[in-house]
Ligand binder design. Structure first.
Ligand SMILES: [Mn+2]
Length: 576
């Protein structure tokens, strides 16, 4: 069974001479399969970043910002309540200050009172601060009404975003690689990448105008913001294309050299991660969730203030608070997941699983439905939307899709065919948010399922496990594990290498609730290896006496009492 699900990656094209002669044979295979053919493809050096001039309107944005600085206008950043939004906000505030802006402030919509984006309500809330220029980061592309309201109040708006635009654009200067007629080569940038680029352009513009000399301020080194860019990019799970890999690699490099800002250092400390050996998955699984917890349960201002903190003590205090919120989030999520899986079990028993699932429970938490949708999607391999109760008879929901099904397009189709149904929606191919009337839940579920059913093919449903193939005994080494750690950054669109093969199970025991610790023996060699499988469905692993098993695994370096050992991190296992 498992074997049928595994697709071993193949590679057709050759590597250039340099890689051919310099690379470990396994790394060659891995890079091949990820369309890396030359050192330039790898994406490591800042010089290889796509030039900012390629972003549509970035010259207009830089000119408008330069004017704001010269006239010391009051600038207000409007962010978003997730980790991409928080890093974007922190970057905008600190970069503008570094360039000499004296009146910069930010406001982050609270998901419970204002919801997502530059809404007319958030503009009203901002008005008493008398901003002359509003900059949206990681949002705004769908904020037509909000921009109108700002204009009516005499406030200029600069939109920086990466979300997909609707059929109409707001009337403002817009920088977004995904807007019509933009020819920027990387469409995968996160919100934090976009504002970083805008700040690069602004620094260029100000240098042209001799601003830094005239003001007697040092020209800011933009590399200092790459820790934020790396964190926001990884947290938003955007594909790590070449441009994003450069940004993440460089940001990780700075954090490893302990040049991160105090807030990121503090978050790593409370998560007990070693900054010196940091990689992208630490940002994804340790730092981002703690930051996101603030936006999910409370107010993202705490996260932004932690990122903006200048002294280690206050950064640490805020990181501890975030850690506490993250623990609460975990408890809430566990409770919600239980209920979600009960619903899913019932569906399983009833008949064939529907093409798409809409799940709703009155007690569910608005800030956590996205995580639940994501877990259920992983389990059932269908697009999933999880709903929570909002204000005034509305439901707020988070959608997660499977590869090949564009969830935002699907919602757009529904919105066109049934204009009264969706009050709000937006997002990407794989994730989206939406709002609808509680009374419309049943009808929406039916329509959504029908829309997905029309697109769903057996291809989408064959949940494939990608594998980089088998590893021979001579390659199952600590050396290769260390090499692979350094060969990333791995992540969405540039997956961490995983391998598969049949091993003899020599010993096994259950640790914690449902983790399996294994000692495995290589088939044709007299060698033993440690392996661990987390969150195993023990019902699917009934054969505790299994002697042979097919494993899909990653190579992991296990540090214990100062000694490093190779360990197989088992992702899938099946007795054979
Ligand atoms: Mn984003």
């Amino acid at each position: 069974m498992l074997k049928q699900k595994i697709r071993r990656k193949e590679s057709a094209k050759a590597l250039d001479h340099y890689l051919e002669s310099h690379l470990h044979p396994i790394l060659k295979r891995i890079y091949y399969a990820r369309a890396i053919q030359s050192p330039e493809d790898l994406g490591r050096d800042l010089e290889q970043l796509c030039p900012f001039q390629l972003l549509l309107n970035i010259d207009k944005a830089a000119a408008r910002l330069a004017r704001a600085l010269k006239e010391q206008e009051a600038i207000l950043i409007i962010g978003d309540f997730d980790a991409d939004g928080a890093t974007s906000t922190a970057l905008a505030v600190s970069a503008l200050k570094a360039m000499g802006a004296q009146k910069v402030d930010y406001l982050v919509p609270n998901r419970f009172t204002y919801g997502y984006g530059l809404t007319p309500e958030i503009v009203e809330a901002a008005a008493p601060r008398k901003p002359q220029l509003i900059i949206t980061v990681d949002n705004g592309i769908a904020s037509l009404a909000g921009v109108q309201r700002a204009k009516a109040l005499g406030i200029d708006v600069l939109i920086t975003d990466h979300h997909l635009p609707g059929s109409e654009l707001p009337e403002a200067i817009i920088v977004n690689p995904n807007q019509p007629h933009d020819t920027f080569p990387s469409k995968a940038m996160a919100g934090v990448g976009v504002i970083f680029y805008v700040m690069l352009a602004l620094r260029h513009e100000l240098s042209q105008q001799d601003w830094f000399n005239l003001q007697n301020i040092p020209v800011p080194n933009m590399a200092q913001f790459l820790d934020l860019v790396a964190l926001g990019t990884v947290a938003d799970v955007v594909p790590l294309d070449k441009n994003n890999r450069i940004l993440v690699h460089q940001g990780l490099g700075r954090i490893r050299k302990e040049r991160a800002r105090p807030g990121i250092k503090a978050l790593l400390e409370v998560a007990r991660r070693d900054a010196l050996r940091l990689n992208a998955s630490d940002l994804a699984f340790a730092v981002a969730p703690r930051l996101n917890a603030a936006g999910r349960l409370d107010d993202m201002s705490l996260g932004i203030n932690c990122l903006l903190a200048e002294d280690p003590m206050s950064a640490y205090r805020m990181a501890l608070e975030l850690d506490q919120l993250n623990n609460e989030r975990r408890d809430i999520e566990a409770e919600m997941q239980k209920k979600a899986f009960v619903i899913v079990e019932k569906l399983h028993l009833a008949a064939e699983i529907p093409a798409a699932l809409c799940l709703y429970d009155k007690a569910w938490h608005q800030g956590v439905v996205g995580l639940v949708a994501s877990r259920v999607k992983d389990k059932v391999n269908r697009p999933v939307i999880a709903f929570a109760k909002g204000d005034a008879g509305l439901l707020k929901a988070s959608a997660r899709s499977i590869s090949g099904i564009h969830i935002r397009d699907s919602l757009e189709r529904i919105a066109i065919r049934h204009p009264a149904l969706l009050s709000k929606f937006g997002g990407h191919a794989m994730a989206a948010g939406l709002t609808l009337k509680e009374s419309d839940f049943k009808e929406f579920s039916r329509i959504f399922e029908a829309d997905i059913a029309e697109q769903l093919s057996p291809e989408h449903l064959a949940a494939r496990i990608d594998s980089d193939g088998e590893l021979e005994a001579l390659h199952l080494t600590l050396e290769l594990a260390e090499l692979l750690r350094e060969a990333g950054p791995w992540g969405s669109g540039f997956p961490e290498p995983q391998f598969d093969g049949v091993f003899e199970i020599v010993e096994q025991r259950i640790v914690g609730q449902n983790h399996l610790k294994l000692l495995v023996k290589l088939k044709e060699a007299d060698r033993y290896l440690d392996a661990i499988a987390f969150n195993v469905n023990l019902n699917d692993w009934p054969n505790h006496r299994a002697t042979m098993a097919h494993l899909v695994y990653k190579l992991d370096v296990n540090e214990y009492q100062g000694r490093k050992r190779l360990q197989l991190m088992v992702e899938e296992l099946e007795a054979v």
